[in-house]
Ligand binder design. Sequence first.
Ligand code: ATP
Ligand code: MG
Length: 481
Amino acid sequence: MQALVPDWASHYGEFWRAIRVRNLWFIHLRYFAVAMLAGFILIGETLLDFRLTNEQLISISFIPLIILSYNIILHKTRKYVGCEPGKLNCLHLSLIQMILDLIALMMLVYFTGTIESPLYMFFNFHMIIGSLILPGYIVYSIAGFVSLFFSSLVIFQRFGLIGSYIISGLYGSNRPHTLTYDILFITVFMLMLFISVYLGNKISRQLYKREQQLRTTLEKLNEAEKAKQKYIIGVVHEVKTPLTAIHSIIDLILKKFVGPISADVEYKLERALSRTDETLHLLNNILRLSKLKLLDIKTTEEIDINNFIITLLDKHHESVKTKNINLTYKDLREEIKSVRSDKILLELALSNILANSIKYVNENGEIEILLSNANEGVTIELSDNGIGIPKEELKKVFDQFYRASNVDRTRHEGSGMGLAVVKEIIEMLEGEIKIESPSRLALDEHAGTTFTITLPYRFQTTSYDIFEVNDQDYLSSKSNF
Ligand code: ATP
Ligand code: MG
C-alpha cells in the first residue's frame, strides 16, 4: 500500500490535506454528474428524440443509481479513512473512486453505443484527474486497461460477438462506418488517453518537485531562524547576568548596606537603578519573544474562559486599585462553551494587553472587558479611555520595540516589545487580534484604545512541526515566562 505515496509526502501534512480535500471534491462532483446523467436521459427522451430500447433505458437509468449508491457510501465512510502511509489511506480512496467511476463510465459508454457514444470523452477527463493525484505507473496501467477494454468492445461489436446499443435517434440503426474507421478511432482514442496521462503526470511531477524544493528551502529557513533565536537567547543571557549583578549592587548601596551616601549620589543611583530595571525588562521581553519563536505548542487544555478572565483580573487587582481605575467585566455570551488552548500563553497575552491599558489610562480612568461569542469561538474585547494611539501608528505598535509617538517616555516606562509578544502568541493559538483607537470609551481629551481578540473553540495543532523542540524544552521555556 505504501507504493502509492510519494517519499516526501509520507511526513508532509499539506499533501494529505490536499488529497482529502480533492476526495471530497470528487464526491460532490459525482452528485452533480448523477444529476447530469438523469438530465441527459430525460432531455434525450423528450427533446432530442432518442429512441432508447428498453434494455438501454433500464441499464442507463440503473447506472446513475449505482453511482449514487457508491458515492453515498464513499461520502459516509470518507472520514474514517486516515492519512497514514502503509495503511488504507485517502490516496487509496482516490484510486478506488477512480476505478469505480471508470467501470460505471465503461458501462454507460457501452450502452450508449461504444464508438458512437458521445460519453467516451469523459475517459480523458478521468485520466487527467488521475494523473494529477496518482503515481504515473498506476495511471498508465489504468489507461492501458481502458484502451484494451474499449477496443475489445468495439471489435467484438463489429464482428457481432456482443450486442450494439447505438442511440437510434442519434445515428440511425445501421452501423455508420467501416472497420478502418474503427481501427483509426481506437488508435486516436488510445493516443488521446496516453498523451493526457503523460501531460498530466509531467505537470503534476513538476509541481511536486517545486513543492519539494520549497519545503527544503522552508526547512533551511526554519533552521536558520532557530539558530538565530538561539543565538539571541545566548547573547541576551550573557548581557543579563552582569546587568542583574549591577542591579543588585546599586540596590545594596541605595539601601545603605555599604555605608551612608550623599543625597546627590542617591539621586544618581536611583536613576541608574531605574535604567537597569528598564533594560532588564527589555531583555526579558526579547527572551520571551525568542523562546516563543522556538516553541512548539503541545499542551492544550480546556479553559473555562470566564473563570480564566476573573483570575487574570484578580492578579492585576493591586495596580487597578492603586490608580483607582473603574474596571468592569461582562460575560455577554449566549452559548457557553469552553475554549481549548494553551493556558500559559493565553494568560501571557491577555496579561500584556491588560497591563498596557492599566499603564496608559490616567488615574480614575476606565477599562471595560467584554466576552462574547464569535463564529466558532469567543471574542474578548478590552477597551480603555487612556491616551489612545494615533491612527497612522495603529499597525506599527505590533512591531518589536515600537512605541507610539504620543507616549510620554518619562511617565510610561516600556520597551515596545509587549504587543510583539502578544501578536506572536495569538497567531500561534490560531486566533486574531485587532486594534482600534479611539475606543468606545473615548473621552474628549483621551481617545482610548480597544483590543479585540478572537480565539477558536478548538485549537488545531499543525500536522507538521515548524520547529522541532522536545517537551522538556517547551516546559522549561514556559516556566520562564
Ligand atoms: P512593554 O514592552 O513594557 O510592553 P510598551 O507597553 O510600550 O512596553 P507594547 O506593549 O508593545 O510596548 O505597546 C506598544 C505601544 O503601543 C506602546 O508603546 C503604546 O504606544 C501603544 N499602546 C499599547 N497599548 C496601549 C493602550 N492600551 N493605550 C495606549 N497606547 C497603547
Ligand atoms: Mg506593554
